[in-house]
Design a protein. Structure first.
Length: 92
């Protein structure tokens, strides 16, 4: 059986409904900080230096994070797969 439910609401209403915190003020501070830092960038070298400050591990850090996310996704997939296979055995 497949059931589709459509809820029409604003993003703020959805956030409150799901119990997520309001990060609007933190986002404003973050965007303001990035904007101020970017005002001084006049050439690609400065932009590269700024990017290194934001992500000191560069591509190594990105790859490490990617591996972490992939491992979590594989673990989740294997758990849901074992539940499905367990369910099939009990139905036989």
């Amino acid at each position: 059986m497949k059931v589709n439910v459509e809820i029409e609401c604003t993003p703020d209403e959805a956030r409150r409904f799901m119990g997520l915190p309001d990060v609007g003020k933190a986002n404003d501070v973050y965007v303001d900080t990035i904007t101020k830092a970017m005002k001084g960038v006049t050439n690609p070298d400065q932009l590269q230096d700024f990017a290194k400050q934001l992500a000191p591990m560069g591509t190594v850090g990105l790859k490490l994070f990617q591996n972490f996310v992939e491992a979590g996704a594989q673990g989740l997939a294997s758990k849901s797969g074992s539940k499905k296979s367990g369910k099939k055995k009990s139905d036989d």
